[in-house]
Design a protein around this ligand. Structure first.
Ligand code: X2X
Length: 335
């Protein structure tokens, strides 16, 4: 937050924002920054700008959120530090990367946990989401109720098609900076390299990494098809973004402003989910037309490889019985 709340300073207590909302348009009381790692054309960036516009209007200009998409303020790792220090006020981050601060936040990324979107949203809008948000809250961040969709992740490669788990042996695959991602691809026999998304295109282009994994929508929007040849439809995990706020800063907003901000960010999250669902209907044809070769795989074989490597047993121990029990109640038995 770059400016203090003047009325708070004058009176010593926060007045409701609308006590004086008949005033003419004026400089914002709160100038806030919202950042993400997604291209400007990604539905995430588009819907966040719409939320910022609605918030400004609904608060009569008092809350002015500036959106910085596309890693403009740094890599995910940098932005998480800035969010914690208060240099950034809002930030959408994959739960898996957030797990470097909040270990429980990677739980939705457990390999092959979710079979479809209905199961994802029931869990993340329900008990699993509530559990993870309470863990996030303990670490000085506030997560809005509704997660934003990233998607089911697929493996791309510039060297050879990945058809069976053995094709991953020694495969130099870029993964986001997150212990769960590294552990999962090590369990599959690959050689994962942790790289922030800001560097992914160039890492693939220079062949520092042979492959990577991301949802089809992002492979398209970030133009990764330009530097990859094959995509294997593993859907090995579902990944989404938490809309995080710096808890101290968020608490300085008057209660009615907090409610407006949360309402509009959550509304935009639902709009973004619908955008991605729509994209999912057309993106495969588009990627094929752009030259990417699609590879169908035997998903249960990949899941079995994880199981044989002790992946599920290890992570059950790490998350603990309570969290694992909440996950299994949503998705069924995982071991
Ligand atoms: O870094 C990635 O691959 C991305 C964009 O999917 C995430 O934010 C996890």
């Amino acid at each position: 937050m770059t400016r203090l709340y003047r009325r708070t300073l004058l009176t010593g207590a926060a007045l409701p924002l609308f006590a004086i909302n008949t005033r003419p348009a004026r400089a914002a009381d709160f100038s806030l920054k919202l950042a993400n790692n997604s291209p400007v054309t990604h539905p995430q960036s588009v819907r966040q700008q719409e939320a910022a516009d609605r918030i400004k209007k609904a608060t009569n200009g008092a809350v002015d959120i500036q959106v910085f998409p596309n890693n403009q303020l740094g890599s995910d790792t940098d932005m998480l530090s800035q969010l914690r220090s208060g240099a950034i006020d809002f930030f959408t981050l994959s739960g898996l990367i957030l797990s470097t601060l909040v270990p429980a936040a990677s739980i939705n990324g457990i390999g092959f946990a979710f079979k479809d979107y209905d199961t994802v949203w029931k869990a993340m809008d329900g008990k699993l989401g509530t559990y993870v948000r309470s863990e996030i809250d303990k670490r000085g961040l506030t997560a809005m109720d509704k997660m934003w969709d990233n998607g089911f992740r697929q493996i791309t490669s510039s060297t050879h098609p990945i058809k069976v788990p053995a094709d991953l042996k020694g495969f130099k695959i870029r993964v986001p900076v997150s212990p769960l991602w590294t552990s999962m691809f090590q369990a599959l026999g690959a050689s994962p390299i942790s790289i922030n998304f800001a560097e992914v295109y160039s890492a693939l282009q220079t062949k520092i990494a042979e492959g990577q994994e991301n949802p089809l929508s992002l492979i398209q929007i970030a133009k990764l098809y330009e530097v990859q040849k094959y995509v294997s439809m593993t859907s090995h995990m579902w990944d989404g973004f938490w809309m995080l706020a710096n808890k101290r800063t968020f608490a300085t907003l008057p209660a009615d402003a907090q409610a407006i901000v949360a309402r509009e960010l959550n509304k935009s999250a639902l709009d973004e989910r619908a955008d991605i669902a729509k994209l999912n209907g057309s993106v495969a044809d588009d990627l094929k037309a752009k030259g990417l070769t699609f590879v169908e795989v035997d998903k249960p074989a990949f899941r079995q490889a994880l199981k044989s490597a002790g992946f599920y047993a290890d992570w059950k121990k790490k998350y603990g019985d309570e969290a694992w029990g909440i996950l299994e109640a949503e998705v069924g038995t995982l071991s």
